[in-house]
Write a protein that binds this ligand. Structure first.
Ligand SMILES: *[C@@H]1O[C@H](CO)[C@@H](O)[C@H](O)[C@H]1NC(C)=O
Ligand SMILES: *[C@@H]1O[C@H](CO)[C@@H](O)[C@H](O)[C@H]1NC(C)=O
Length: 417
C-alpha cells in the first residue's frame, strides 16, 4: 500500500514550541537533544564492500573483509535472473546509477545525515498495538515488480500489515496520526518545514531477507524508520547499514521502539546481510521539505518567490526546493514533471472526505480531536492482484523502480493539485 498525504501547514501553535533556526550550518546548535548530536560510530570500509553501490562489483577491492561478498551477490542475482531474466540486471543498473548521481543532486540539511533516537512513546504504542493485534494473522504478501532486486523477494517473501486498513484495525486516521507524530521530530532535526509524502508499513522481513543499499526516490527526502518488533531470539543483529558523509559504512542496530531519522534521498541505506531471525517489522515515514525553515513558517508569506529565496528552475520546470539546479536529478525531474513542483496542497483537502474511515484505536482517537481537521490523507488501495503489478498500488514508493518514478511523481501532483 502506498499512502499519499496532503495536509495543512503546521499550525502556528505547534511551531512556537520549536526553536527557530537560521541556516543549515546553525541547525545543529539548536538541536539540543543529545541523542540527535551523537556522532556516528567509526567505520572502516566504504562503498562496494558489502554490496555493489557505485560499481557493478566486478572489482570488489575489499577482499575477504566481510567474507566472500562477491559470491554472495552473484548467487543472489542468479536467483533473481532464474525467475526474471534480464530485468534483474536492469534494476541493478538503475539502482547503481541512482546511487551515483542522486546524493549530490539534493540538499542536505543535517550534519551526519542520520540519527538514532527512541520513537516517541505514543507513536511506538500505536505501531506496536497494530502489530500485536495482527501479528498472528497472515500478513499480505508484498508484490514486487518483476525483476525488482531491492529485496530478495524471489527467495524470501516480505509481508505487511497495512496501517491504513480498517480490517486490520487500522484506518486512515491511524496512518495519518503516525505521520503527524513523526513530523515535528524530523522537522526539528532538519530545521525545515516538511510535508508528508508517504507512509509505508508495517513491513515484515523474514529469515534470509536482504535490502539492497539504495537511496529513496523523489519525493521521499526526510524520513524515519521505526522498528516496530523484531525476533528477540535473532542469531545476530540485523543492522541497518548507512554511509556517512565521508562515505564510510556504519551499522545501526535497532531495537523495537528505536527510530532512525535519515535523509533518505542522499544517505545510502540498506540491509545487505541476510536476516538471521524469524521476523523484523518496520514502518517507514517520509516527508519532503517545503523550502521554508521553521523560522520562516510563521511569517505566512510567499517565501518561495521572495528575492532572497528565488525558486529554482530547470528550463520552465520549477524544481523542488531541495533539488540543486543543473544537477542530474534536476534534469531528470524536469523531463518527467512538466508541471513542476508546487507547495500548496490545501485544495486537496476540500475534495477528500475520510469521515467514514474513522476506525482507529479509540484511546488514540480520544487524544487527538484536532487531527481530523488538521489534515487530510489520500489512500491508494492496495491491490493484491499479482497479475497486474502496478507502480502505485502495492509498491513501496521508496523502492519503486525507475519506470514508476514519473507515475509516482504525477500521483503526488494529483494529490496536491
Ligand atoms: C556490519 O555488520 C556486519 C554483519 O554483522 C559485519 O560483518 C560488519 O563488519 C559490520 N560493519 C561495520 C562497519 O561495523
Ligand atoms: C549530501 O550528503 C551525501 C552523503 O551523505 C553526499 O554524497 C552528497 O554529495 C551531499 N550533497 C550535497 C549537495 O553536498
Amino acid at each position: 500500500m502506498s499512502s499519499l498525504f496532503s495536509r495543512r501547514l503546521l499550525s502556528l501553535s505547534l511551531l512556537t514550541v520549536l526553536a527557530p533556526v537560521g541556516n543549515a550550518e546553525e541547525l545543529h546548535a539548536t538541536n539540543t537533544d543529545p541523542e540527535l548530536q551523537q556522532p556516528p560510530p567509526a567505520a572502516s570500509y566504504g562503498v562496494d564492500c558489502s554490496f555493489p553501490i557505485h560499481s557493478d562489483y566486478e572489482a570488489n577491492s575489499c577482499g575477504d573483509l566481510l567474507g566472500d561478498r562477491q559470491k554472495f551477490y552473484e548467487d543472489l542475482i542468479a536467483g533473481c535472473r532464474a525467475k526474471y531474466a534480464y530485468r534483474c540486471d536492469q534494476t541493478e543498473e538503475d539502482r547503481i546509477l541512482q546511487l551515483r548521481h542522486q546524493p549530490q543532486s539534493l540538499l542536505n540539511y543535517t550534519t551526519h545525515g542520520f540519527a538514532k533516537i527512541r520513537a516517541p512513546e505514543r507513536l511506538f504504542r500505536i505501531l506496536k498495538n497494530h502489530w500485536e493485534r495482527n501479528k498472528d494473522k497472515q500478513g499480505y504478501e508484498e508484490k514486487w515488480p518483476k525483476g525488482h532486486t531491492y529485496v530478495n523477494h524471489w527467495e524470501h517473501k516480505t509481508t505487511y500489515y497495512n496501517l491504513g486498513e480498517p480490517e486490520l484495525g487500522g484506518g486512515l486516521d491511524l496512518a495519518e496520526l503516525v505521520s503527524d507524530l513523526a513530523q515535528p521530530i524530523i522537522e526539528e532535526w532538519t530545521g525545515q518545514e516538511l510535508r508528508p509524502t508517504s507512509l509505508y508499513g508495517i513491513r515484515v522481513y523474514h529469515k534470509g531477507s536482504i535490502l539492497a543499499p539504495h537511496v529513496d526516490r523523489n519525493p521521499l527526502i526526510s524520513s524515519a524508520i521505526v522498528n516496530v518488533a523484531s525476533d528477540p531470539d535473532m542469531e545476530e543483529d540485523w543492522p541497518l547499514e548507512v554511509y556517512d558523509r565521508d562515505g564510510k559504512a556504519v551499522n545501526i542496530s535497532m531495537s523495537p521502539g528505536d527510530m532512525v531519522l535519515y535523509e533518505s534521498g542522499t544517505v545510502i541505506h540498506g540491509r545487505p546481510f541476510p536476516l538471521k531471525g524469524k521476523y523484523y517489522a518496520n514502518t517507514f515515514i517520509h516527508f519532503e521539505p517545503t523550502g521554508r525553515t521553521l523560522e520562516d513558517v510563521d511569517e505566512e508569506d510567499n517565501y518561495y518567490d521572495s528575492p532572497e529565496n528565488p525558486a529554482a528552475y530547470e528550463g520552465d520546470v520549477r524544481l523542488p526546493p531541495y533539488m540543486i539546479a543543473g544537477s542530474e536529478a534536476a534534469t531528470r525531474y524536469s523531463i518527467s514533471n512538466h508541471w513542476g513542483w508546487e507547495l500548496d496542497g490545501s485544495q486537496f483537502e476540500e475534495e477528500f472526505d475520510d469521515s467514514e474511515e474513522d476506525d482507529e484505536d479509540s484511546e488514540d482517537e480520544d487524544e487527538d480531536e484536532s487531527m481530523e481537521e488538521e489534515s487530510m490523507i489520500e489512500r491508494k488501495e492496495a491491490a493484491h492482484d499479482s497479475s497486474s503489478p502496478s507502480c502505485l498500488s502495492n509498491t513501496d514508493p521508496a523502492l519503486a523502480p525507475a519506470e514508476c518514478q514519473s507515475e509516482l511523481e504525477s500521483s503526488m501532483k494529483t494529490a496536491t493539485a
